[in-house]
Design a protein around this ligand. Structure first.
Ligand code: NI
Length: 203
């Protein structure tokens, strides 16, 4: 009996941190609304072709021509997207007009986010933010190329409405498409700014 209790206690001691780890991991995944992140050393290799909100073609070659911030979202997003785009607009203003840094907003809500809708939406933000739209297949190809994530989530109350869960982190990429980390929404403003300055290089 005593041996049994000891064994149970031992198993709990071993398993409790594992269980906690799993819970924390799941919570974090949910918070980010994301799948696996690109790891260090990751380079965007898969070709993609999207359309900017002003109607220009934008491909992986354009993407690789200079450093970029890449963000995935949708114009009906109630909080994460507008907050992030507002903050990125402030960062771009702080970096100044000569900043060698592209900002991409990939619109993953293919049904609602037409090119015109994205153009209208981006009027509220720094004019250097480029909205990218495309067919479902074009968007899926680009999302896959960036190892990002989105998922349409129907309203549980059955209204027929839906929201879109998506990668909430801003990805940083060096010229050539090498992954250079993320901007975390919980990161201190100073740390964010230093990262962006480093990525943009000397003005
Ligand atoms: Ni959003």
């Amino acid at each position: 009996m005593l041996r049994h209790i000891r064994l149970t206690a031992w198993v709990m001691v071993v398993l409790a941190p594992v269980a906690l780890g799993v819970v924390l991991f799941l919570t974090r995944q949910q918070d980010l609304g994301s799948g696996p992140l690109p790891s260090s050393g990751f380079v965007v290799a898969q070709p993609f072709r999207l359309t900017t909100h002003t109607g220009q073609a934008f491909t992986d070659r354009d993407f690789k021509a200079k450093p970029h911030l890449v963000f995935f979202g949708f114009t009906n997003c109630p909080d994460v997207c507008p907050t992030t785009l507002y903050e990125l607009s402030q960062e771009m203003a702080a970096l100044g007009p000569a900043a060698n840094l592209g900002v991409l907003f990939v619109a993953v809500d293919v049904e609602r986010d037409t090119r015109e809708q994205v153009a209208l939406y981006l009027q509220s933000f720094d004019p250097r933010v480029i909205g990218l739209t495309g067919s479902r297949q074009e968007i899926d190809t680009a999302v896959e190329a960036f190892r990002a994530f989105y998922k349409k989530v129907p309203d549980p109350n059955g209204s027929g409405d839906y929201t879109v869960a998506h990668t909430a982190l801003v990805y940083l990429f060096e010229p050539g498409g090498r992954f250079a980390g993320t901007l975390d929404p919980h990161e201190a403003p100073d740390a964010k700014r230093r990262k962006l300055q480093r990525l943009a290089g000397p003005a």
